[in-house]
Design a binder for this molecule. Sequence first.
Ligand code: ADP
Ligand code: ADP
Length: 222
Amino acid sequence: PTLVTLAGVNKTYDNGSQALRDLNLQVKKGDFLFVTGPSGAGKSTLLKLLYGQERATSGDIIVDGQNLAKLRGNRLAMLRRRIGIVFQDYKLIPRRTVAENVSFVLWAQGYSRREINRRLRPTLRMVGLQHKASCFPDQLSGGEQQRVSIARAVVGTPPLLLADEPTGNLDGDNSRQVIKILEKLNSIGITVLITTHDEPLVRASNHPVVQIQDGRLTHVRH
Ligand code: ADP
Ligand code: ADP
């Protein structure tokens, strides 16, 4: 079963910048896929299209059976709830604790206090931060902050997790730890897509790789 399909996708920004050209990609349920390529190649744009933050100029994007070009408003918001996303710079809320940062999305979606508590503990345990639940982001290392952001991305158990340069601000040890957590999530059934220009990290794994160069998908390691 296919979770994500991009067919003939082009993205040209309003300023004329052509970020993606005739891009074709299929991601199957359960895949763990690296998207590599130099800075400016179009990697973030690809994730923004999948997340519905930007719209394709042409071509089709199907995520979890839904054609993104046809989704607006509430139906787009519902699909986004089924996509977890992790950023290079974590994007945690500074004045909220780890527990609050992670539970905020569930709270905003109307989950009960009881259901939130039921999910919070195992999710924090999964990223090794159960003992930091009451800390604020600035009391954590970069690696720990990124693990909080992963917990936040998956606490709603989305089928798809997107990670945009998740190790971009981390040293080697923390980067490997983050990849391990993403692999663990993949092993419990979450489909994972990671953009990165960290070649050593990609070489150290044997997951499939697609490369984007100048907006074109140029190379594949199956
Ligand atoms: P080659 O013949 O060079 O091995 P393929 O035809 O096997 O190339 O595959 C290239 C195509 O595979 C690319 O267009 C790429 O979009 C597509 N592809 C689709 N899904 C995946 C995936 N999950 N992993 C790797 N490649 C994929
Ligand atoms: P990457 O993530 O691989 O570094 P991006 O997807 O961020 O690449 O950028 C791809 C191309 O699109 C670059 O030329 C970039 O300058 C351009 N671009 C990205 N975002 C915008 C935007 N909001 N407006 C105009 N051009 C953009």
